[in-house]
Design a protein around this ligand. Structure first.
Ligand SMILES: Cc1cc2nc3c(=O)[nH]c(=O)nc-3n(C[C@H](O)[C@H](O)[C@H](O)COP(=O)(O)O)c2cc1C
Length: 352
């Protein structure tokens, strides 16, 4: 199969691949620049970037300062061409400010999920930046399209359809996840395509979840998607921002280590069963104080652990206390190697 280019609005990439936004500090400027360099769309994850101490006094300003630094660094590494985007989760307490900072810094698109991004156009103003909602079903997309059309006269530049076998936070109930085959990428495609058709919206549909090889990519394109968003396969890329000890945890993990737990974000989250998760599954509660309210929906008095603290522990390589978000295809993660190797395998037409 010939791999098509991916065109979203006025931006185009050689391979039909978006490098997934992965917080905290996995999908940083290094990974995004490498993705762009090798012919994909690069994405910086905006969550948890700020210096922890400085964030205690001004969380919003510190988060924005580092986000802009990260965006500038990508431009230094690969020039102005892009396509470069920022992933901003709706669940963040500094959602609006983060979107505005990304727009001011001149990125090409915003990807937004973990909640319905119904107000996203409000925060980008007149900018013609590409807006890409992340959804897990036709109903959610319909809500977004209607709200954007009615209130802002705007349409999405593309849509990312996250399937039930995705990494990170999941837009499905636990019951739906138990019967993942009823929400497969093929079923979601038909559902989402019908909504796009209804609203006369001719935009690329991007599939996310469980794509780790050229063969997976071909399967998803054969369904009718225009491209894929890849996360898990890139977590241990040399350029990804986390400590090598944590990369090794992902490399050593088996499919049977993957579990779904309830996240302080308020959604199910797919993770590895590492010591922190075992303690939480046993009914434990971690000791923590909440230095800055990073999530709108989190109740620090009630949740069993602080997700910001846990994801920063992963970044530092603190295996005891880290939270290791992953997709189902963790066994595709085999060794630390430059991101370019994956794109070489696409180039060579390797179907394994
Ligand atoms: C470690 C990790 C961190 C993630 N962080 C984010 C994030 O910050 N924001 C977001 O919208 N999605 C996040 N995701 C979801 C990804 O953007 C992507 O949709 C998903 O990983 C695709 O599935 P795959 O992992 O099977 O390739 C994360 C996923 C992983 C595995």
């Amino acid at each position: 199969m010939h791999l098509p280019r991916l065109k979203i609005g006025k931006h185009e990439s050689r391979f039909p691949v978006i490098q997934a936004g992965m917080g905290v500090r996995i999908g940083n400027s290094g990974l995004a620049a490498a993705a762009i360099k090798h012919g994909a769309f690069g994405v910086i994850a905006s969550v948890g970037l700020g210096d922890i101490e400085k964030s205690k006094t001004d969380y919003v300003a510190e988060s924005n300062r580092v986000l802009v630094e990260e965006i500038d660094r990508v431009r230094e590494l690969v020039g102005d061409e892009g396509p470069l985007g920022v992933n901003v989760m709706v669940a963040l307490s500094n959602y609006a400010e983060t979107v505005r900072a990304a727009v001011d810094a001149g990125v090409d698109f915003i990807i937004s999920g973990a909640g319905l991004p119904t107000r996203l156009p409000e925060y980008v103003g007149d900018s013609d930046i590409g807006l890409i909602p992340v959804i897990s079903g036709g109903r959610a997309l319909e809500v977004v399209i209607k709200a954007w059309r009615r209130k802002y006269g705007r349409a999405p530049a593309a849509v990312i359809v996250e399937g039930p076998r995705c990494g990170g936070h999941l837009g499905f109930s636990l019951e739906e996840l138990d019967r993942a085959e009823t929400r497969s990428l093929a079923i979601l495609f038909a559902e989402v395509a019908a909504v796009l058709n209804k609203y006369d919206c001719d935009i690329p549909m991007i599939a996310a979840g469980e794509v780790a090889s050229r063969a997976d990519l071909e399967r998803v394109l054969a369904i009718g998607y225009s491209g894929v968003q890849i996360g898990t396969r890139f977590i241990v890329a040399e350029e990804a921002g986390i400590d090598e000890k944590s990369k090794q945890v992902f490399i050593d993990a088996k499919g049977s280590d993957v579990v779904v737990i309830k996240s302080p974000v308020g959604l199910p989250v797919r993770v590895l069963k590492t010591p922190l998760v075992e303690r939480v599954l046993d009914g434990g509660r971690e000791k923590f104080s909440c230095p800055y309210r990073c999530l709108r929906s989190c109740n620090p008095a009630k949740v069993p652990f602080c997700i910001a603290k846990a994801l920063l522990a992963t970044w530092r390589g603190d295996v005891e206390n880290g939270l290791y978000m992953t997709g189902c295809n963790i066994e595709s993660v085999k060794s630390i190697e430059p991101l370019g190797k994956f794109f070489e395998s696409l180039e060579e037409g390797v179907s394994g």
